[in-house]
Design a protein around this ligand. Structure first.
Ligand SMILES: Nc1ncnc2c1ncn2[C@@H]1O[C@H](COP(=O)(O)OP(=O)(O)O)[C@@H](O)[C@H]1O
Ligand SMILES: [Mg+2]
Length: 257
């Protein structure tokens, strides 16, 4: 029996298709990401995982000759009725390669706050501390906030990028293979962060690492060739996949790690 996901949907994706230069990259995807849970998207390279995240938060619209159809609703609100900036704020996206801005740690953390008109130093400092603590970085950097973010290690940079995304309190945090460039110690630090963060924030995670998917997922979506092959609770997907293609992918990639 499939374990029921008890949380209501934070994100509701309905009949979503994305096109690059008239070529279809995503075909009529429909799924929900439950609130305060981790939805993990797995699938082979080139199947459309990054395209899906970019479509959900509408960064795809900044690329030339792209188009998407369908509906994305966030707690019932159609994101097409929001400005792109509002969608970026409510649905954060952290990329595969840690990409801090080439400024100080402090300025990375206040960048979005300043954009949203929050200039009060005391308030900024308390938000910085709160968010850096969530990602376990505060004790490592509190005495060098004015130093360049680029001097941090890869794992620290990625945790900074997560903390930076959290400064504007997104409803949903999406991460695109956030640990693929990191060692196992940094990977585990990020996994711990995501697990505890999921109590308050909805997380959508793309990962190549099936061990990571097993450790973190509440729900799993298996994407292949731009289509959803199967989706379900993590327990069902990992123990009793219904589609033989899901079982094959999990076995193959699991044994390759
Ligand atoms: N900017 C682009 N222009 C044209 N095709 C693209 C572009 N980005 C991705 N694609 C194509 O869309 C498909 C999905 O790519 P992507 O979303 O990056 O897959 P994944 O993240 O699963 O590896 C691939 O066939 C890829 O070649
Ligand atoms: Mg990708």
């Amino acid at each position: 029996m499939e374990q029921q996901l008890i949380h209501p949907a934070a994100l509701n994706i309905d009949d979503l298709s994305t096109y690059y230069h008239q070529q279809t990259a995503l075909h009529h995807l429909s799924f929900e990401a439950p609130a305060h849970a981790i939805t993990v998207i797995i699938g082979p390279s080139g199947c459309g995982k990054s395209t899906l995240l970019k479509t959900i938060n509408r960064t795809i619209e900044d690329e030339e000759d792209t188009r998407w159809d369908g509906t994305v609703t966030l707690f019932g609100d159609d994101t097409k009725k929001m400005s792109k900036e509002e969608v970026h704020t409510k649905i954060g996206l952290v990329f595969q390669t840690p990409a801090p801005f080439p400024f100080s740690i402090y300025r990375n953390m206040t960048y979005a706050l300043a954009y949203h008109g929050m200039h009060d130093k005391q308030q900024q400092c308390s938000i910085i501390e709160e968010k850096l603590r969530i990602v376990g970085l505060y004790d490592e950097v509190y005495d060098r906030l004015k130093e360049s973010a680029c001097a941090l290690s890869g794992g620290q940079q990625q945790r900074l990028c997560i903390a930076r995304a959290l400064t504007v309190n997104p409803d949903v945090l999406m991460l695109d293979e956030p640990c693929s460039a990191l060692d196992s110690k940094s990977t585990h630090a990020i996994e711990r962060t995501l697990k505890s963060l999921s109590k308050t924030t909805t997380i959508v995670l793309v990962t190549h690492n099936i061990g990571q998917a097993r450790r973190l997922a509440d729900k799993v979506i298996y994407l292949s060739d731009g289509s959803i092959v199967e989706q379900g609770s993590a327990q069902q997907m990992f123990t009793q996949p219904r589609d033989p293609r899901t079982a094959e992918f999990i076995d193959d990639i699991g044994s390759a790690v």
